[in-house]
Write a protein that binds this ligand. Structure first.
Ligand SMILES: Nc1ncnc2c1ncn2[C@@H]1O[C@H](COP(=O)(O)OP(=O)(O)OP(=O)(O)O)[C@@H](O)[C@H]1O
Ligand SMILES: [Mg+2]
Length: 362
């Protein structure tokens, strides 16, 4: 949908962007990542013509961006920047309404759109009368996103939109963006410094270094087959562990390595079964398949064994990614963790051994 062919941009005599050829695909999130000054913002600004290239061609849907009317081009492209650029003396409502007003929408249509967008970015209507200074950084970013989406642009450019947000709120905003994208399916170009953010959000990731495109691939390929040492360094030493975030827990769960007993089983019977199968976890499961508890066979210092019952054992959700499941296992010390649905139906288990193999797959 957005095609760069041999595009270069020079400032004085140095190339900020050097001979860039890349396709940003329709309806997906393309992430641009690389060190400061590598040309990310310049690349992005050439799409909405805040900067014009010196060489090469940029096309939108097969048509050169120079053949579009500039005002219409900009209107079809939403732009979110790090400091959001909200107008401080406008309320949240008026900030979001800027472009619809320029387009001379009637007031009812504008109002409906503003409330629809506030809902989309998970802010309730009471926010509409607040001023940017009365919002947290994360809330301001949501308003910035709502404003960029106001006139329903096809393309969304996001230049380090979450860069100034603390890590926890940042994860939430990433989830919000992914949920919104499920619904709106825009063509999003997203610039970041954060490799974890790139892996989480990107359908594809473009890695740049000093104006050059070093690799452009899916997160999976980048993690398993980095183009060179520069990419390896960017990924860090834990790239195998990072790759776990691409796999859902449901894909790794196994249906062996544990035994299930009914809630009516006596302690003695449970103990006999646990001792007979010392390598297996023992789960209590009712007729509906619901996990009701877990037994642990503990070995004391004197080598004698003790059976301990836990009514509310640690569990993971099948939709969590393997990185999240690994964190949970490390936090709780479980080497085997049950995977259950929202209604606590037992689906199987994930073991540390499985996770180790998944992290070391080639
Ligand atoms: N208007 C300008 N005039 C002169 N040089 C510029 C201009 N804009 C950018 N540059 C230079 O072009 C290079 C690329 O800049 P760009 O803003 O694209 O980097 P970036 O990858 O977005 O960096 P950051 O991660 O710090 O935002 C840098 O060396 C920068 O100094
Ligand atoms: Mg930049």
């Amino acid at each position: 949908m957005i095609t760069f062919s041999s595009v270069s941009k020079y400032f004085e005599k140095t190339a900020a962007v050097n001979n860039l050829s890349v396709d940003f695909e329709h309806g997906s999130i393309s992430v641009i990542i690389g060190p400061s000054g590598c040309g990310k913002t310049t690349t992005m600004k050439m799409i909405n013509r805040l900067i014009d290239p010196d060489n090469g061609e940029i096309k939108l849907d097969g048509k050169s961006i120079f053949d579009y009317n500039l005002v219409e081009l900009r209107r079809s492209i939403g732009y979110v920047i790090q400091e959001t650029g909200l107008f401080p003396h406008y309320t949240v409502y008026d900030n979001i309404a800027v472009v619809p007003r320029l387009l001379r929408w009637d007031n009812t249509r504008i109002q409906n759109r503003v409330y629809e967008l506030l809902d989309l970015v998970t802010l309730n209507e009471t926010y509409s009368n607040k001023y940017p200074s009365q919002l947290s950084g994360g809330e301001r970013q949501r308003v910035g996103l709502a404003r960029a989406l106001a006139a329903d642009p096809d393309i969304l450019l996001m230049d380090e939109p979450f860069g100034a947000i603390d890590p926890i709120n940042r994860l939430t905003l990433q989830d919000v963006l992914l949920e919104i994208q499920e619904e709106i399916k825009k063509t999003i170009i997203f610039v970041t410094h954060d490799i974890n953010e790139a892996i989480k959000l990107g359908d594809k990731i473009a890695i740049m270094d000093r104006g050059n495109l070093v690799q452009y691939d899916t997160p999976d390929i980048i993690l398993t087959d980095p183009a060179d040492e520069f990419v390896e360094e960017l990924l860090g030493h834990d790239r195998n562990v990072k790759a776990l975030s691409l796999i859902k827990t449901r894909e790794l769960l196994q249906n062996h390595g544990y035994i299930t007993i009914t809630p009516g089983t006596t302690h003695e019977e449970a103990r006999a079964m646990a001792e007979e199968n010392p390598a297996s976890s023992v789960f209590i499961q009712d007729d509906n398949g619901t996990l009701m508890g877990r037994y642990y066979l503990e070995t004391r210092k004197d080598k004698s064994r003790r059976l301990k019952k836990v009514d509310d054992p640690w569990v993971v959700d099948p939709n969590m990614n393997l990185n999240e499941t690994l964190s949970k296992m490390l936090q709780t010390g479980e080497k085997v963790i049950p995977v259950v649905t929202r209604k606590r139906k037992l689906l199987g288990v994930v073991t540390l051994g499985n996770l180790f193999n998944a992290a070391n797959r080639e």
